[in-house]
Structure formats: C-alpha cells, structure tokens
Design a protein around this ligand. Structure first.
Ligand code: ZN
Length: 425
C-alpha cells in the first residue's frame, strides 16, 4: 500500500506537466542528484548523480558508475496529458464570465463536464533579474463546464458531437466577477509576460473496488509510468551501466518540440556524457537499451470486443509488453526476450498487448526516442481503462509491479555478447 500512497501523493500534486516535472526534480534532489545546465561546462565524474531539464517540463537524470561504464540503460515516459489549455485573452465577458480554452491532445471530452476544475501551469513574470518562470496552481474549485439540460438537447444520449468552441468553455463567475489575471499575478508575484496554463480536475485520486483493487486519478497515462520508472531508477542496485531516466513533455501532440522525445535532449545528454568521460559513443550505444513506458489499454469489462482475442491485458495482471508489426511500438523478439528475462528475475508477471488487427490503436514515444538514440528498445506500460479521460482507472497491484520491474531493469547487468545477442544477469 505504501507504493500506491506514494503514487497518489504524486498524482494529487502533479496538476500540470510543469508540476509533474518539478516533483520528479525534487525527488532527485532529495536523493543527491545535481542539476546540470545545458549552457554550462559539465563537470561530471565517476560515481556522480546528475539531471538536466528543458522548458521546466522535460527531464533527463543519470548516474555514473565508479568504474568504466558499460552501456546506457534508458527509460522514457511522458509528463503531459490531454487537457485544455488557457488561451490568450481568455476572459470572456457577457451575462456570465467564462475562460476561453482550447484542446491539448486527443481527449475524451464528456468526462470534463459537470465537475469542478482548476488551473495550474507556469507563468513567465517580470522581475528585477529578468523574466522568470514560476509555477502556479490556483488549487481551489474555480471553474466548471456545465452540460446543456436533456430538455434542451434531447439527442444528448444518442451520440452527441461536442463542439470545443462552444461546449467546453468553462464558467468562471458571474457578470461582475473578480479579475482572473489579477489573481494569477498575485499568486505568481509579478507582472505576467507569458503563460502556459492548463485546466485540471479537482477530484483527487481514489482507491476503490470490493478489495481496493483499482486506482482512479487524472493523468495515470502517463504519470503512473513516470513515477514507477523514477522509483525503479532510484531504487536499483548499482551495476557497471549508466542508468538514464527520461521524462518528456508533448507526447500527446507528437513529441516534436524543443523539449519532446523528438528533440535532441536525450541525444545531446548521451553525446556529452561520452565526450566528457572519453567514451566512444557508438561502442557505448551498442551495449545500450531503452524501455519506453506508456500505459496500455486494459480489456474493457463491457466491451471485450475491442481487444485482440489473445493479447488483451487486464488490470493487476502485471507489466504489459506492447507489440506492433509496423513498429508503432518498438518491441521485437530480442527486446521482448530481454525484458521478459528481467521481469522473471524480479517475479513480475508480464502480459502482452497487440491492437485488434482492424483497429489502428495509438502510438507512443519509443520510436520517436529511437530517432535520436538508436538502441534495442521495448515498449511497455500498465493496463488501464478510459485512456485520455480526465479521470482514468488502473490496477493497484500493477503500481508495485512496474517499480519492481524498473528496479530490476536498471539494476541488471546487461551486456552484449555479440551483435544482436545480450546476456542478462
Ligand atoms: Zn501515454
């Protein structure tokens, strides 16, 4: 239960992509990791623990072994979630005051309605030392997107098509309500020059079910993997490898941003580590491995027909390895074998996921990461329901399974025996 409580306290504070990254950063700093700046010289040495950030929303952490390093053992997961972003000139005045927002990523819209919402993110404020980025979280019931009554929308239960320009503009106050931006400026402590603010649901995480089997919360995709990978990274025993933890922003919109998995953030970190330590990058990468961790679809209790008949994971059934013939998931026979072996040693059950052959399914950040750093890679995740709802559901037991699997991965002695063949100890 400790692990579930650890995950819940993370989820209940990670109200935006910036807060999620900041919480991981704080945990790394408590564990003795030192921040590196991309614009500075890197004074890194054997036995050291380091991290760097980009845009306050993506982070790469690593530690160096005492001896000559073998390969990089990397994981990648994502800090962002589908949600609504506050627009510029967002305050709309009329008979009521509303806040203009637009969609970020591909969400299920209906769950956002009729529940209290708030606003969190970062703002850029003017200070005596220049423009500074500050986290803000209004952290109270502030907004709500009201449904239209059934009497005025008789077709509401017959497959309603949501219009994001009208249906999902949240109500902020009455005609004379207080100034929204004034409130944000007071929280931020300075004049706002720019902002990246998002809506989040106020309902905290919940453990439920006859035996407390399930956890529901916002952003389980993919903060459940972010947290699980970070715990495994911090708890793993030391080997001669270089463990690397990556959490990336912007997976939900394709990863191609300054700080996304498609950027050079990981590649640049790997290159600089090799350069400072005098390592041959190509040789180093030949003995490296990547685990791309992003949640997977559990078989739906009411709609089993959407799942592949033989590769339909369930919640609490263990870590899911994802397969796709067209490499939307990076797993292949070799990487599946390595990851299965790691899980077996950690006593973690493994399930498999394939899309039903006539359903396209989603994609993730594994193959995007490989475009920057090409190494053998496996796509994994935890089984969950209602992916991209603002309140998702997963299995309680799986929380611990992922931590154990990632601790075993980062603590594995993974060595290349010859090309295309690894030994796992
Ligand atoms: Zn995801």
């Amino acid at each position: 239960m400790d692990r579930v409580n650890g995950l819940r306290s993370f989820l209940d504070k990670a109200h935006s992509v910036y807060h999620a990254a900041a919480l991981i950063k704080e945990e790394l700093e408590r564990a003795g990791y030192c921040r590196l700046q991309e614009g500075n010289d890197w004074q890194i040495k054997a036995g050291g623990k380091y991290y760097l950030m980009r845009n306050d929303s993506s982070l790469v952490a690593f530690r160096l072994p005492e001896g000559a390093p073998k390969g990089f053992l990397i994981s990648a997961s994502h800090t962002d979630r589908p949600c609504f972003k506050v627009k510029e000139n967002a305050v709309l005045k009329g008979q009521y005051t509303r806040l203009a927002v637009e969609r970020y990523g591909g969400m299920l819209i209906a769950p956002w309605l009729d529940r209290p919402l708030s606003v969190a993110g970062r703002v850029l404020v003017e200070t005596e030392d220049g423009i500074q980025s500050r986290l803000v979280d209004i952290d109270r019931d502030l907004l709500l997107m009201p449904n239209v009554a059934i009497h005025m929308n008789r077709n509401a239960n017959d497959g309603y098509k949501w219009n994001p320009a009208t249906d999902t503009i949240p109500l902020l106050g009455d005609k004379e309500t207080a100034d929204f931006w004034q409130a944000v400026e007071t929280l931020a402590g300075g004049r706002i020059l720019g902002h990246d603010l998002y809506l989040y649901v106020r309902q905290p995480s919940s453990v439920w079910g006859m035996n407390g089997e399930f956890i529901s919360a916002q952003a389980l995709d993919d903060l459940q993997c972010v947290w699980g990978c970070a715990q495994g990274f911090l708890q793993a025993k030391e080997t001669g490898n270089i463990p690397v933890l990556c959490v990336f922003d912007n997976e939900e919109v394709g990863s191609s941003s300054y700080q996304g998995a498609g950027s050079d953030l990981l590649e640049s970190a790997v290159s600089r580590i090799c350069a400072v330590l005098g390592l041959d990058k190509s040789r180093q990468l030949a003995g490296s491995f990547l685990v791309s961790a992003d949640n997977a679809h559990a078989q739906h209790p009411n709609h089993p027909e959407y799942a592949d008949p033989a590769n339909a994971p369930v919640m609490n059934g263990g870590v899911v390895v994802k397969f796709n013939a067209n490499q939307r998931y990076t797993t292949d026979g070799l990487s599946a074998a390595i990851f299965r072996k790691i899980c077996e040693k950690a006593n973690v059950p493994v399930q498999t996921y394939c899309n039903r052959a006539d359903i396209a399914g989603g994609s993730t950040l594994g193959n995007v990461s490989l475009s920057q750093v090409a190494v053998p890679s496996v796509d994994i995740g935890l089984a969950q329901l209602a992916m991209h709802s603002c309140y998702e559901t997963a299995g309680v037991k799986d929380v611990g399974y992922l931590v154990d699997a990632m601790a075993a991965y980062y603590g594995a002695e993974l060595t290349t025996a010859k090309d295309g063949s690894f030994s796992v100890k």
